[in-house]
Ligand binder design. Sequence first.
Ligand code: URA
Length: 217
Amino acid sequence: MAGSGTDDDPSWPDKRQLDNCRRCPLWEHATQGVPGEGARTASIVLVGEQPGDEEDMLGRPFVGPAGKLLRTLMKEAGIDAATAYITNAVKHFKWEPRGKRRLHKTPAQREFDACQVWLETEIATLAPHVIVALGAKALVAVTGRRITIAAGRESTLVREDGTRVVATFHPSAILRAPDHDRRAELREIVRADLETAARLAKKSVPRPVSDRRVAAR
Ligand code: URA
């Protein structure tokens, strides 16, 4: 699974491949590509939107404030890091300057589309039992459906390759919540959704290897 593929033949999105990716212009202002991270036998894949400032500097996903919260909530929900893989729909940090700070800027749909091949390669190779979409942008990338997180949470979401999808709020929505009550409410929702994912992952029967590289969508 090690990344022997080229940008035209993405066998696995490893660091070198992502650093060399020119499928969209985001590489120009990012420090580096940020690959997913976690167990190659993961039964749960968690997908965020794009790396943030700290992730861009360190080259690792979800290591900043939102990532720390996500990892705490995963632990509370009983998701063992050894059974999980964490990645993003877009692998380069898109930002705009605000004084000395680099502010997160939501990638354009064409940038999500350009990066889709890397995400699909990760999903097809890992063949997880469950994918957790963190936020609406990740939900579109994972399901191809433009629905809100609220609607996604009320539906049974299944990709064309048969993988169950659990929609939940992005941990940064908890951090940005306007007051303590909303923060506590969102935190509880995300924790409960992660518990659902853990339960689904335990119940699922692994798909046979021959069935794993099913094209999504
Ligand atoms: N937010 C994301 O969606 N992904 C990260 O890696 C960090 C913050």
